[in-house]
Design a protein around this ligand. Structure first.
Ligand code: TXA
Ligand code: MG
Length: 314
C-alpha cells in the first residue's frame, strides 16, 4: 500500500464526477450513504470486487450488497415478485436491503454473491450516493468501508482511519443520517421471509406488509454481519451499565449521561444515528474499557442492541 495516496473529494459536482470516473475505471471509492459509508466498486468487474475483499481483509464467503440508482437496474439483476415490488415501493430509496433470486445470466462478478443463487440489493437515498449511482448507471458492490470485523464508519474520517490509502478516493458526505447498517430481508421463493439483519426499517414495519417472519436457522451464516463477533471496538464492552467504573469510557442514553451520549433526550432514532460515533470515540479514548447504558428493546432499539451484543462479544 505504501506510496499510494487517497484523494479526498468534496460532495460537490466535481467530487461526484471524479468519484464516478475512478469507479468506471474499476477503482475503489468510499461513498457516503444514509446508513454507513460504503467501500464501492463496480459489481460487474471481477478485479474490482477482488480489490474490495483485499482492502477489507474480508473472508470471501461473505457476499456483498449491490447498490443501484434505479428500480429498473435492480430489476435487471434480480427476480422481483409482488412482495419485492411492495417493499421497494414502500422503502426505496432507503435503508432496506432485499435478498432476491439472482437473474440469470448475470453480469455480476461471482465473488459479489459468493456463489449464492441470490443477490442483495439496495437503492440508497443519500443525495451523493444517489447522484453518483445515477451518473454511473452501473451496479456498485459496497460493504461497509472498514476493515472486516471492526466498527462501521459513519464519517469520512472513520474510513480514512480504518482503510488508509486502500480506496483511491473518499467522497466526503459528512455524518451519516441513519448511522446504522441497512435492514436485510430475504424473500424466499416458497413465500416465506427472513430478517437477516435488524436495522432502521423495523421487523414490525415489515411484518405489517409481509406477515410474520420465519426465524433464522442458526447454523447458516448467510449474513456474516450475523457472526457473533462483529462490529468490534477492540476493547471490552460492558452492557446495561448504570454508571461507569473509573477505567471505563461511558456511552450514555437519556438520563444516564457519560463521556458520549447516544441521545440526551433518550430518542432511539437519534441513538441509532450516534451509536457508532460514540463507539469510535470510546475506541480512540485512553480508557481501556467501555460501558454502555441500557437501551430499550423497542423499535430500532432492537437493532441497536443487536450491534451492541456483537460489539460486547468481541
Ligand atoms: O447499510 C448497509 O447495508 C451498508 C451500506 C454501505 O449500504 N452496507 C453493508 O454491507 O453493511 P456489509 O457488506 O457490511 O454487509 C452486507 C451483509 C453481509 O452480512 C452479507 O453477508 C449480507 O449482507 N449479504 C449480502 N449478499 C447476501 C445474500 N445474497 N444473501 C444473504 N446475505 C447477503
Ligand atoms: Mg460491515
Amino acid at each position: 500500500m505504501s506510496g499510494k495516496r487517497c484523494e479526498w473529494l468534496g460532495g460537490d459536482e466535481r467530487g461526484i464526477a471524479r468519484a464516478a470516473e475512478l469507479l468506471r475505471e474499476g477503482r475503489l471509492v468510499a461513498m457516503p450513504t444514509e446508513t454507513v459509508y460504503g467501500l464501492a466498486a463496480r459489481a460487474d468487474r471481477t478485479e474490482a470486487v477482488a480489490e474490495i475483499y483485499r482492502a477489507k481483509g474480508r473472508p470471501d464467503f461473505n457476499p456483498l450488497i449491490v447498490h443501484v440508482g434505479s428500480r429498473e437496474l435492480a430489476r435487471s439483476l434480480a427476480l422481483f415478485d409482488a412482495r419485492a415490488d411492495l417493499l421497494a415501493e414502500r422503502f426505496w430509496p432507503g435503508p432496506l436491503t432485499l435478498v432476491l433470486p439472482l437473474r440469470q445470466p448475470s453480469a455480476i462478478a461471482p465473488a459479489v454473491t459468493a456463489g449464492l443463487p441470490t443477490i442483495a440489493l439496495r437503492q440508497p437515498v443519500h443525495p451523493l450516493a444517489a447522484a453518483l449511482l445515477e451518473e454511473l448507471n452501473l451496479p456498485l458492490a459496497a460493504p461497509s468501508a472498514n476493515r472486516s470485523g471492526s466498527l462501521s464508519p459513519t464519517r469520512a474520517e472513520h474510513v480514512a482511519a480504518s482503510l488508509g490509502a486502500a480506496p483511491a478516493a473518499i467522497l466526503d458526505g459528512g455524518a451519516s443520517a441513519r448511522g446504522m447498517e441497512s435492514t436485510i430481508v430475504a424473500l424466499r421463493e416458497d413465500g416465506s421471509w427472513q430478517l437477516l439483519r435488524p436495522g432502521p426499517v423495523t421487523e414490525a414495519e415489515l411484518s405489517e406488509l409481509l406477515g410474520p417472519a420465519t426465524p433464522l436457522r442458526e447454523a447458516r451464516i448467510e449474513a456474516p454481519g450475523q457472526l457473533a463477533r462483529h462490529y468490534s471496538p477492540g476493547k471490552p464492552v460492558r452492557l446495561e451499565a448504570l454508571a461507569a467504573e473509573s477505567d471505563e469510557f461511558m456511552v450514555g442514553l437519556g438520563e444516564i449521561g457519560g463521556d458520549c451520549t447516544m441521545s440526551e433526550a433518550g430518542d432511539l432514532a437519534e441513538a441509532a444515528a450516534r451509536l457508532y460515533a460514540c463507539l469510535h470515540e470510546a475506541a480512540a479514548s485512553d480508557r481501556p474499557r467501555i460501558a454502555v447504558a441500557p437501551v430499550p428493546e423497542e423499535g430500532i432499539g432492537a437493532a441497536i442492541n443487536d450491534r451492541l451484543r456483537r460489539a460486547a462479544a468481541g
